[in-house]
Design a protein around this ligand. Structure first.
Ligand code: XBP
Ligand code: MG
Length: 257
């Protein structure tokens, strides 16, 4: 068994509840700007989340809910423009009102960083969105905390394909045996497993708590913080109600034994 050397974090739903409070709001603002009378509700968005990636999600919405819709211009350009407008809204929302990180995220990142653990990101979202969240919700220099930020179209096949985790590990120059993934969704689990990473921590949220995480090493409601203990939903118990580096090293051993 190799020692744990890097933590690879998903972003949306894992670092912050960006899906409901960021992406969904930004999509609806972009639709309104474009004069479209589409309004994605929190429930519809739950269905749309089965497809990762914003452009892919818009296309899936049209196929499923508005199969007769035809834009005025070329289809791919229409989707790309709409998505670019959505990204602008998303970035603005990260500044004002801003979004908090989920409980324990900052605590664990700081602890890992102080201990010399390498940090990486593997997400389907657009790189500019990651930067906006990290800068505004974590620290001005937070991008520099991560050795690798693997995001968006850097790989053509998004989660559940394994490509984004494979790409992140290539950049880290580490094998799967040295890495742990932190995810929130079943699409994330498939991607992690496909990339050969066995050490997998899941933090659930309202969109994902009903999903099948039987493949994860540890499933918690959140990472836990001072006065806000985390609840273990599956896997070994936590010592002090918080997912800390000791807990991660333990579950890494557990995953590979
Ligand atoms: C996240 C996503 C993203 C965002 C939208 O999935 O599905 O597509 O919802 O981002 P995961 P963009 O957390 O599994 O990486 O609009 O920038 O594509
Ligand atoms: Mg996610």
């Amino acid at each position: 068994m190799k020692q744990l050397q890097a933590l690879i974090f998903d972003v949306d739903g894992t670092l912050s509840d960006t899906e409901r409070d960021g992406h969904l709001v930004a999509f609806n603002k972009a639709f309104a700007d474009a004069g479209l009378d589409w309004n994605w509700t929190v429930e519809i968005y739950g269905d749309l989340l089965t497809v990762t990636g914003g452009k892919e999600r818009i296309k899936y919405f049209l196929e499923r809910y508005l199969p007769d819709f035809r834009p005025e211009g070329e289809f791919e350009t229409f989707v790309a423009d709409l998505h670019a407008a959505k990204t602008e809204h998303y970035k603005a929302l990260m500044v004002d009102p801003g979004l908090p990180l989920r409980p324990g995220v900052e605590r664990l990142l700081r602890e890992a960083r102080d201990a010399g653990m390498r940090l990486a990101i593997a997400t389907t979202t657009t790189p500019a969105n990651v930067t906006a969240l990290l800068r505004n919700s974590l620290a001005e220099d937070a991008e520099d905390w991560f050795d690798v930020i693997a995001a968006g179209d850097v790989v053509p096949a998004k989660k559940p394909a394994p490509d984004i985790f494979v790409w992140a590990m290539e950049q880290l120059n580490l094998p799967p045996e040295s890495c742990m993934a932190i995810e929130d969704s079943d699409n994330g689990v498939k991607s992690v497993r496909g990339a050969g990473i066995r050490s997998l921590l899941i933090t659930v949220n309202d969109y994902t708590r009903h999903q099948d995480f039987s493949d994860a090493t540890l499933v918690v409601d959140h990472l836990g913080d001072e006065g806000q203990p985390s609840k273990v939903l599956a896997g070994p118990d936590l010592v002090n109600g918080q997912v800390d580096l000791d807990a991660l090293r333990n579950i890494h051993q557990y995953a590979w034994k």
